[in-house]
Design a binder for this molecule. Structure first.
Ligand code: AMP
Ligand code: GLY
Length: 439
């Protein structure tokens, strides 16, 4: 088979790494990819490599897949899904893994997602949707609970405000609705009740009818240790989450994942792809903070190394609507990934710094270094993004995986490199649910 992966981050390197292990695969292309995906294809002796096409360039990606006779395309980021890449590929009878544009609304429109959850009684925070600034302010002034303010559209993870007081909530509304800080994404705004508890990411595979969760993960969104500093795209993750019992996972399946996939199908949207539920484990039970229409980043970097089954076979089963016939096998192990970031990230950052020590880190047992923002420059590999590398370790237990990942990190350096030193600690300390923002 010839497989095309769309995207360029650590998630896409992890997908490529897993896909390359399938005996079905003879060729692997990544558009646009990074230094890690390029080296992977070379080292495995596969046909393919990086393709210099932007992930949002749907017409050219379509032409590329058609010309090369790509047998399966896997979409990493949300933007091409929201643009309708799946609809475009299906119209040309090309196999592709991900939801259609209609299904991608579950992430691309928070207003849609919240109304959908209300229609199908999926547990989520109380909310209201506004298009009119004055009405939103009036609602805020009479609400007798702490609120969160969200731009409805795609805002690259920056459109959510968890204000400390009413005045800051009003300021967020003003920024979104009057100053249009997020452009169109802020034309509709969701105001919802603030929830408290541990956060959890559950990525599930769906064929439109059957939905199967992967091991639950926790993602660390803040830039600095102890959940300090600004929000980022994710500074690390681990899986599985020790305080999530089988019973809790079954409750999530019964009250959230299955009703979501069934609800979409009943509304005429057969949902094929990854349904990612961002959850808050409240004292009243799991509540949906958001749905995403794709694999999580960096959750994928810890979930895929735990999957024993052939990902290509599983994805083919999803596309063919026979996921119920597949048994997913997972390693009884723990995985951790630590993100190495550029100086300045998540603000403006440097690029082009030479990375040292990759081979020594990768030579360690059970360590995989997934690349995110990297590129090749002659003999060197240099930084090319805010999140540069995802140093990942798999071990029999979480403490061992944490120790192994940080041991590998010690071998790697580039100018301005920074990272969190407490990835996995919330799991090693947490007992039960509630109390503090785990991720
Ligand atoms: P979202 O993109 O909707 O997942 O929101 C981004 C982050 O904002 C989440 O990971 C939470 O940390 C926080 N957040 C979102 N909604 C809420 C809520 N209702 N209560 C508390 N925190 C929230
Ligand atoms: N880890 C957060 C996300 O993928 O949206």
């Amino acid at each position: 088979m010839k497989v095309l992966i769309i995207g360029s981050g650590g998630r896409e390197h992890a997908l490529a790494w897993k896909v390359a292990q399938s005996p079905l695969v003879k060729g692997l292309w990544v558009a646009p990819g990074n230094a890690g995906t390029e080296l992977l294809v070379e080292r495995r002796g596969l046909a393919g490599g990086n393709v210099p096409l932007n992930a949002e360039n749907v017409p050219e990606l379509l032409d590329f897949a058609e010309t090369l006779g790509i047998d399966l395309t896997i979409v990493g980021p949300e933007a091409p899904l929201a643009l309708g890449i799946v609809d475009a590929f299906l119209r040309r009878k090309l196999a592709i893994f991900g939801p259609t544009q209609a299904g991608a609304q579950i992430e691309a429109s928070k207003a849609f997602a919240k109304d959908f959850m209300a229609r199908h009684k999926i547990p989520t925070a109380r909310f209201a949707v506004f298009e009119d600034y004055q009405q939103a302010v009036d609602y805020l002034r009479q609400a007798d609970f702490p609120v969160v303010v969200k731009a409805s559209g795609l805002a690259a993870g920056k459109g959510v405000f968890v204000p400390e007081d009413r005045a800051r909530a009003e300021k967020a509304l003003y920024e979104m609705m009057v100053r249009r800080a997020f452009g169109e994404a802020g034309e509709q705004v969701v105001i919802e009740e603030r929830l408290y508890g541990q956060e959890l990411s559950v990525l599930a595979l769906s064929d439109g009818r059957t939905v199967v969760p992967l091991p639950p993960a926790q993602d660390y969104k803040r830039a600095f240790d102890g959940d300090q500093g600004p929000n980022t795209g994710g500074m690390g993750a681990y899986a599985p989450v020790p305080f999530v019992s089988q019973e809790l996972l079954q409750e999530i399946q019964r009250t959230i994942l299955q009703p979501a996939v069934d609800g979409l199908r009943k509304e005429g949207i057969p949902y094929v792809g990854v349904l990612y539920a961002g959850l808050m484990l409240t004292a009243q039970g799991p509540r949906v903070l958001e749905f995403n229409c794709r694999f999580g980043d960096p959750e994928t970097q810890v979930v895929l190394p735990l999957l024993e089954s052939d990902l290509v076979e599983v994805i083919q089963a999803c596309i063919a609507g026979r996921l119920k016939d597949v048994r997913l096998e997972f390693r009884p192990a723990a995985a951790v990934t630590v993100v190495l970031a550029s100086r300045g990230y998540p603000g403006p950052y440097d690029k082009g710094m030479v990375i040292q020590g990759l081979e020594r880190a990768e030579a360690l047992d059970s360590v995989i270094v997934f690349h995110a923002g990297t590129r090749r420059a002659g003999q060197d590999i240099v930084t090319n993004g805010g999140r540069v590398l995802n140093v990942t370790a798999v071990a029999p237990s979480l403490p061992e995986a944490v120790a192994r990942a940080y041991e590998a990190v010690q071998h790697i350096s580039f100018e301005g490199m920074h990272y969190r030193r407490d990835i996995g600690q919330s799991a090693l300390q947490a007992v039960g649910t509630g109390g503090g923002d785990g991720a």
